[in-house]
Design a protein around this ligand. Structure first.
Ligand code: ADP
Ligand code: TYD
Length: 207
């Protein structure tokens, strides 16, 4: 099973991806916990190029190419081998992040993102958990752990609000694989909700 976490910066994706991996491992599953941009040595190098430096460093089109190049390497080196070995793959962000961050923030580039995805990636997660949170809360959390990867976080709350609306639209567009999770609860409550959703999918249910 291939699971992605999506949501605005600071919504709790990384925390929840880690908690889900721990829960599934404790239940006897083999789990690969990974992230984007990154998740393979080559993609981690590209991560530094896209997340550090001047916010105007790359055009939206160049970013689409960089994020897709990183994803292709992540897919070849990490995701496909793990799925082939029967492991559960949990990734902190995947193609939906490109559909939104590069697809809607600087003009309508969603068609370009989807076309490149079709050519170079070609798969979607079985389940996408969208952690939903008020942007002001997400920004406060994200700024609380401020580091050098600030290019997108410095875009501010207005962008995060558009992202949140975009994630809601995406959940409506792909109802079979996307589930919206209320991230405004304590981490244990969010984790319990997510574990319940994943167990149900693993046993063949839809909820
Ligand atoms: P993301 O990966 O979505 O950016 P993180 O999991 O890194 O989010 O969380 C951002 C910050 O908020 C971290 O400092 C984390 O400890 C904290 N955090 C995560 N989940 C919660 C929660 N449910 N309630 C309060 N703080 C949280
Ligand atoms: P991430 O490390 O998940 O940041 P956070 O924990 O703050 O959510 O991702 C870093 C940034 O990269 C985030 O602001 C979203 C951006 N991003 C894109 O713009 N396009 C993409 O395709 C991906 C995967 C991430």
């Amino acid at each position: 099973m291939f699971i992605s976490f999506e949501g605005i910066d600071g919504s709790g994706k990384s925390t929840q991806a880690r908690l889900l991996a721990e829960t599934l491992r404790a239940e006897g599953h083999e789990v690969v916990l990974t992230r984007e941009p990154g998740g393979s040595p080559g993609a981690e190098e590209i991560r530094r190029l896209v997340l550090e430096g001047d916010p105007d460093r790359w055009s939206a089109e160049t970013e689409i190419l960089l994020f897709t190049a990183a994803r292709r390497d992540h897919l070849e080196k990490t995701i496909r081998p793990a799925l082939a070995a029967g492991r559960i793959v949990i990734t902190d962000r995947f193609a939906d992040s490109t559909r939104l961050y590069q697809g809607i923030t600087r003009g309508d580039l969603r068609g370009t993102v989807d076309e490149l995805h079709r050519l170079m990636i070609g798969i979607e997660p079985d389940l996408t958990l969208i952690v939903d949170l008020d942007p002001a809360e997400g920004l406060a959390r994200a700024l609380g752990r401020r580091g050098t990867e600030e290019r997108f976080e410095s875009f501010g709350e207005g962008l995060q609000a558009r992202m949140r609306a975009g994630f809601h639209a995406l959940a409506a567009e792909f109802p079979a694989r996307c589930v919206l999770i209320d991230g405004a609860r304590d981490p244990a409550a969010v984790a319990a909700d997510i574990a319940c959703t994943v167990r149900s999918r693993l046993s063949g249910g839809r909820a």
